[in-house]
Ligand binder design. Structure first.
Ligand code: NAD
Length: 354
């Protein structure tokens, strides 16, 4: 089956595309704008794969998307493309509104007119799967029950507000136009190929270089951690077996404080790098001023996808973190490549540049 993946040069999208092609599951059209977060080097292993077609472009470019749909007639669209970094959304929300809201709207409009002209059989088997986040639900106290699919939306950052808007648009296209849509809301992903501005890879790379490990506030903010391979497996199940118009929460069953997580990374590095001059790496932990509007706790109730589709996470946080740290140690060339832009290196504090 031919599918169109958007944002397939980013972290989760690329893991999904690589999985699809490794399993030889049909033609993958990969539409990505290649912002600072998208990297073709992640897709190097697909360079000579005739069943992976990369197109650099914007999900909001209606003519481009229409041409792709008309030429390749995909049976499903998986929308991973987004601006995704909360800190960047605080510094400059415009791109978040443009891609996450306006871009998703343009994509939906283009897909709607394509879908309406398909045969009845094609229309019925078509899927539009929108990948979203648990951050749309806002924040939890220590005693609140985890987010379920019926938790009210209460986004607190420009990022989560833009994702919430896109979720509402996707939902409305199902109820208004019968477009066969699915939405997934997942917790924090981690694993190979994550751009090193996000917590886990940033801490790994800073620790390797003996740089400070900046932890927001008191380090007690809690996130639920989902290994990216578990997430991709869940997306495939929702795509093939999910009920149209439904949303599915996907969680890692791994609620941890940020401080625990960073300490764990340090302990793994102490173990994997016995001769490092920076041992014990935990000495590099530095508490920094908290992020404005920092949500205290996220937790996911994933009983719906478990009961209806038989999915649950298979990778524990302990083993997933170890695999991830090892992956970053083994892929320093990839890290250097994606952070090679001088501005990015300065901003991420990966090198002393003065
Ligand atoms: P990412 O930032 O690593 O990748 C995003 C990709 O989208 C990049 O390759 C970028 O070039 C591309 N892109 C951005 N704007 C585009 C546009 N206008 N048109 C086409 N491509 C564009 O993000 P990620 O971590 O892989 O996240 C993928 C999706 O999963 C996002 O929708 C995000 O909101 C959601 N999500 C991520 C997490 C997480 O922990 N990473 C958690 C929950 C939900």
């Amino acid at each position: 089956m031919t599918i169109l993946v958007t944002g397939g040069a980013g972290f989760i999208g690329a893991n999904y595309v690589l999985r699809k092609r490794q399993n030889d599951e049909g033609l993958v059209l990969n539409l990505d704008k290649l912002t600072y977060a998208g990297h073709l080097s992640t897709l190097d292993s697909l360079k000579s794969d005739p069943d992976h077609i990369f197109i650099q472009g914007d999900i909001g470019d209606r003519q481009l998307v229409e041409d792709l749909l008309t030429q390749y007639r995909p049976r499903a669209i998986l929308n991973f493309a987004a601006e995704t970094h909360v800190d960047r959304s605080i510094d400059g929300p415009d791109a978040f509104i443009q891609t996450n809201i306006v871009g998703t709207f343009n994509l939906l409009e283009t897909v709607r007119s394509y879908w309406q002209n398909l045969s009845v059989a094609e229309r019925n088997s078509f899927r539009f799967l929108h990948v979203s986040t648990d951050e749309v639900f806002g924040t939890l106290s220590a005693v609140d029950p985890p987010f379920s699919e019926s938790t009210a939306y209460a986004p607190n950052s420009p990022y989560s507000a833009s994702k919430a808007s896109s979720d509402h648009l996707v939902r409305s296209y199902f109820h208004t136009y019968n477009l066969p849509t699915l939405i997934t809301n997942c917790s924090n992903n981690y694993g190979p190929y994550q751009f090193p501005e996000k917590l886990i890879p940033l801490m790994i790379l800073n620790a390797i270089e003996g740089k400070p490990l900046p932890v927001y506030g008191d380090g007690q903010n809690i996130r639920d951690w989902l290994f990216v391979e578990d997430h991709c497996r869940a997306i495939d199940l929702v795509l093939t077996q999910g009920e149209m118009g439904e949303t599915y929460n996907i969680g890692g069953n791994a609620e941890k404080t940020n401080l625990w997580l960073v300490q764990q990374i340090c302990a793994i590095l102490d173990d994997l790098l016995p001769h490092s001059a920076h041992r014990p790496h935990a000495n590099l932990i530095t508490f920094v001023q908290d992020r404005p509007g920092h949500d205290r706790r996220y937790a996911i109730n994933f009983s719906k996808i478990k009961q209806h589709l038989g999915w649950s996470p298979q990778v524990t946080i302990e083993s997933g973190l170890r695999k991830t740290v090892q992956w970053y140690l083994d892929h320093q060339a990839w890290c250097d490549q994606v952070t090679s832009d001088q501005y990015e290196r300065q901003r991420l504090g990966l090198t002393a540049t003065q």
